[in-house]
Design a binder for this molecule. Structure first.
Ligand code: SAM
Length: 336
């Protein structure tokens, strides 16, 4: 397609491109042309003389035969609206719980046709529930499975979403926890799931020991697989109740990770028992906006007090919004 353009030496191509972008005159629907020496930058309209003068020296106005940029199809174009979904590994989870069957199928079809990385589309039938924090799913289209491998910060996590908890929404939080842990530390991950905290820590921080506990046998099955999948060293995967296991590892932990936000408060005595003097509890909670941290801090202090210890609060933060007025929070508490 013939179009007026700026011909400029390859050396000056990037500054010229930036000028045209700034003037909002670069035609993004066409591929930039080139030959051995020059670049050809397509224009959406004629340049006025002042605009031309702002280009690098040696720029010329000419015509060139451009190729159009092929636009990748996107689900929005096929559907006429933006579907809400989350991708875990190669599985898309439809997020709108009120979707009727026909719309769910339409969205699934659009996702499978436009997103080559998605192989299966599922719809959660329940919220995250029960002691093991899992959901039931309906397979809408694609490969009939809920098992996948999710990649995060260079690690791979195999998980069956219907049998064990996993969410990519905590990835930033997991990377934040890294900054607290030092080489040689002992970490107890009381509610380890398929291992995204434990494995990331073991791979990145050279801890002397990571004790990863979970009560859900399916989660521990995947945790063990993920330890070998990531060749992670110094992790012990334990299937058991964190409260019972805490007695075996009393006084060993530099860090205790309590990622069971709905009921972590019930396990605070065990977390205190696990910590070395000066050890840090990473406490997760679900709290109301009117009382983001106060009650949780009191519970931590109370648990420490029962064991004759004190607590220094090192950090309090909101991890994410969870529901209207409800927040997932984290408190870092040093036990002295
Ligand atoms: N930390 C993991 C992650 O980020 O994916 C999993 C977090 S998930 C919210 C909480 C986990 O705690 C679940 O895998 C559940 O099976 C486990 N759990 C619940 N009660 C437990 C208990 N009493 N002892 C050990 N694990 C428990």
């Amino acid at each position: 397609m013939k179009r007026q353009c700026i011909k400029v030496s390859k050396k000056k191509g990037e500054p010229a491109r930036r000028v045209l972008l700034g003037l909002e005159i670069l035609d993004n629907s066409l591929k930039i042309g080139s030959d051995e020496t020059f670049l050809y930058l397509p224009l959406t309209r004629e340049l006025v003389p002042e605009e031309f003068e702002s280009l690098p020296e040696g720029s010329e106005l000419t015509d060139f035969d451009f190729e159009p940029i092929e636009k990748k199809p996107v689900p929005e174009v096929l559907l006429g609206f933006s579907p809400a979904y989350e991708v875990i590994g190669d599985i898309a989870l439809l997020e709108d719980e009120n979707l009727d069957a026909q719309t769910a199928l339409k969205i699934a079809d659009a996702l499978l046709r436009t997103q080559p990385n998605i192989k299966s589309v599922v719809k959660p039938l329940t919220p995250v529930i029960g002691e093991f924090r899992i959901r039931e799913f309906e397979i809408i289209a694609g490969e009939p499975r809920t098992e996948t491998i999710h990649r995060e910060y260079g690690c791979r996590y195999k998980v069956d979403l219907a049998r064990a908890y996993f969410t990519p929404r905590l990835s930033t939080e997991r990377s934040r926890i890294l900054s607290w842990v030092k080489e040689g530390d002992t970490v107890v991950d009381m509610f380890a799931g398929v291992g995204p905290y434990s494995i990331l820590l073991a791979k990145s921080k050279k801890p002397s020991r990571v004790i990863a506990i979970d009560k859900n046998p399916d989660a521990v099955h995947y945790l063990r697989e993920n330890i070998s999948l990531n060749s992670a060293k110094n992790i012990e995967a334990i299937e058991g109740d964190a409260r019972e296991e805490a007695k075996r590892f009393a006084g060993t932990a530099d860090h205790v990770i309590m990622n069971l936000p709905h009921s972590a408060h019930e396990f605070l005595d065990s977390a205190v028992l696990l910590t070395k003097p000066g050890g840090i509890i990473h406490y997760y909670g679900m709290t109301h906006e009117d009382d983001l941290f106060k009650s949780s801090v009191e519970l931590i202090r109370k648990a420490a007090g029962k064991a004759g210890k004190q607590v220094e609060i090192l950090e309090k933060r909101v991890v994410r919004s969870y529901a209207p007025h409800q927040y997932n929070i984290c408190i870092e508490a040093k036990v002295i």
